[in-house]
Design a protein. Sequence first.
Length: 480
Amino acid sequence: MTVTRFAPSPTGYMHIGNLRTALYSYLIAKHDDGKFILRIEDTDRERLVEGATDIIKSTLRITGLSYDEGPDVGGEHGPYVQSERKEIYMEYAKKLVELGYAYYCFCTKERLEELHAEDAVGGYDRHCRYLSPEEVQKNLEAGVPFVIRQKMPLDGVTSYVDSVFGEISMNNSELQDQILMKADGYPTYNFCHVIDDHLMGVTHVVRGSEYLTSTPKYVLLYDAFGWERPTYVHLPLLMGKNEDGSVSKLSKRHGAVSFQDLLNDGYLSEAIINYIALLGWCPKGSQTEFFTLDELKAAFTIDGVSKSPAVFDFEKLLWFNGEYIHALDDAKFTELVAPYIKLDIPSTVNKTKMLALLKTRIAKLSEIEEKMSFFISLPEYDKELFLNKKNKIAEFDTVKLVLNEAKEILAGVDKFDNDTLFSALSVLNEKLGMKTGTIMWCIRIAVSGMSATPGGATEIMEVIGKDESLKRIDIALTKL
Ligand code: GLU
């Protein structure tokens, strides 16, 4: 069975790159009806951020990336929070010492600092690797603080095959005797993730490509224990576009890069997921770019993952988001957009109609207030707005004539809905010898105060109602 995991460190918000890792990891498992595990990697105690684990869980819940095993859902391989697994790591580290692939290191901080001062490259000189078993025993008995280091092979090459990047090889002479267990009794990431991935039965390790070149060290651990290596799937870098056209690692300066910020800014979770699925993966033979999570599960295969860096394009995301918003049914849209509306909407405004008109005119939910404000109150506008070449309106007198006639008709209409208004006003074509476009232009400017609006004149009047429509026409006539 395919088993994958998402193993974030709770160090802050949910970066969109991390979310992509979670998504790909989830999809690789679910494409094969496999298992997806959430594991919290919190052994770097200095980098912990309070509340970060909750953000991780809530992000996975909102996006629908539900995990089969994890901190709150449990499972046969728990606990799923590394700080609760300390004893396990110590046991395996000691086992590794016995096997001859690790050693106790008693070097003091001072000694190490001296070493680094002498050698700017800052490697460990392997001093304790060569302590005699008696010396080690003596130190342990005396309670001298220690770390446990990995005993790297001194020559030869370590290779593995990554599913995306191909064969990766490293000269063993370049590998440091890295720390596996720290003096505080906590393991390093380098060690504990390997132990956990093995114990939790992870078959595919899916993560960012920043781990590509450290992985030789990890496969050496698998080999030392005699465990089967997992399949590695390192994901391409995520880049952001800079103002000068160049690209660099996606970060805050490129815009909102956390899932939560994007949600707050009015992006829909489904649109974000759909968009980031395509950042580094290309569906084979697909005609569409639109995928629900279920469709992604069916379509996602590792051979569609690309190794070239993917560029996060905010405009493309915005476009995706707009498409998702426009496809919502009106009730769902009303529900989702509600938190973004702080303006008081007068009871005379037909809110249902207004939101239906606006739904197709916004690309993110946070645009709603700006787009709806003219319905609530007439903006300041210049009478020049009425003049329009295309509709052959060259003089204010034409506008005055139209508005006076329209006003009279509208005053007699009781049912202020689009169809009724439209047919009532249609008598003006013949009477004034003008095209519908000309007449409606005059009325629309008067009732909206804007040159471009969501909806035409009669739709706007349906939203704002009879009194407000007549009032706005009067205001226009005074201007003229
Ligand atoms: N805790 C690591 C991180 O957040 C996980 C890397 C991995 O998936 O192995 O970067």
